[in-house]
Design a protein around this ligand. Structure first.
Ligand code: ASP
Length: 311
């Protein structure tokens, strides 16, 4: 039994690569890396890795996180600039007992010393978007974001979670969202399951939403129930506090390979595959307090890819 799942339609190609590894009995961490690096390398997906969204100063500072839910080890990089795969750097940090979360220059120094591939991650079009944005008002510019958050459960029963993102478009330099924060952007525990989040980091982290989703699975909720509960309780709590919740979306996989997803936005897509299902894109919609997901129509996927200039 194996499962791979990830946020957003952009993870489809990567999920295919990850599924191939898991199908052959490969390691879940390698499947996760295959999925996430596929998105990081693709300039069509402008909120992760190469061609990502610059911050207010025009720099492309990237965040990533990784957790192995069997060994209970993690690694994160925040605001790292000039490296091809922030996820790979985060994964490698999980080998250490200390110094596993590094930011900015510290992360870059570590990556250089350990021979990670250096790369100018801004493309001509990402720089153009930044220049164009100087004429927009900040609120609308903030709208561009999306994180690839992925989970892999391998045949051995080991579960892994990871993320990679450029964060909010035009973020204040060195702003950090939920994505590289353990328990907020991602969490994995092979005794229960794993969860990853995407949306407005400033709100997601208030609910430690990935940890909360895994905790609920540990209490016996299904991944779907856990995702629904974690999203709706955080949204309700924020409303009670007088604030308008930002986008909150989570995907979870239980230790027995079931997948769940929930969101407070109207069009949240995710990808999953397991031993009985080929990698497909699903759309989440609300029915009362619960979410259900259905295979995304081909037309919807075509439209999504076109919007990202992806053939
Ligand atoms: N959660 C990410 C951040 O706040 C962005 C996203 O997933 O849309 O940096």
């Amino acid at each position: 039994m194996w499962t791979i799942a990830a946020t957003w339609c952009m993870a489809l190609e990567g999920a295919r690569k990850g599924a191939e590894i898991l199908k052959e009995g490969g390691n879940g961490a390698d499947a996760l890396e295959a999925l996430i690096t596929d998105v990081e390398n693709d300039p069509c997906f402008t909120s992760v890795g190469y061609g990502g969204l610059p911050d207010a100063e025009g720099h492309l500072r990237l965040d990533a996180g990784y957790m192995d839910g069997t060994k209970m080890v993690t690694g994160s990089v925040m605001a790292a600039e000039g490296f091809a795969s922030p996820f790979r750097i985060a994964r490698s940090l999980s080998a250490y007992k200390t110094n596993t979360v590094l930011c900015a220059e510290g992360a870059e120094k570590y990556a250089r010393e350990h021979g990670f591939e250096e790369k100018e991650m801004r493309t001509e079009s990402s720089q153009q978007r930044w220049k164009d944005s100087l004429e927009q008002d900040t609120q609308s510019a903030y709208r561009g974001h999306d994180t690839v958050g992925a989970i892999a459960l391998d045949e051995e029963g080991n579960i892994y979670a990871g993320t990679s993102t450029s964060g909010l478009f035009l973020k204040r330099p060195f702003r950090v969202g939920d994505s590289p924060l353990i328990g907020s952007g991602f969490y994995a525990d092979s005794e229960a399951g794993a969860a990853v989040a995407t949306g407005l980091g400033e709100d997601l982290m208030k609910g430690c939403i990935s940890y909360e989703t895994v905790r609920l699975m540990k209490e016996g909720l299904s991944p779907q129930e856990a995702c629904d509960r974690a999203v709706s309780e955080l949204a309700v709590r924020l409303i009670r506090a007088g604030s308008e919740p930002g986008d909150l979306s989570v995907v979870a996989v239980s230790k027995d390979g079931h997948t769940g997803a929930s969101s407070n936005i109207s069009e949240f897509s995710f990808v999953f595959a397991d031993c009985d299902h080929e990698p497909e894109v699903y759309l989440v919609r609300k029915e009362g307090h619960c979410s259900i997901y259905e295979k995304a129509p081909e037309e919807w996927i075509r439209d999504y890819m076109m919007r990202h200039n992806k053939r």
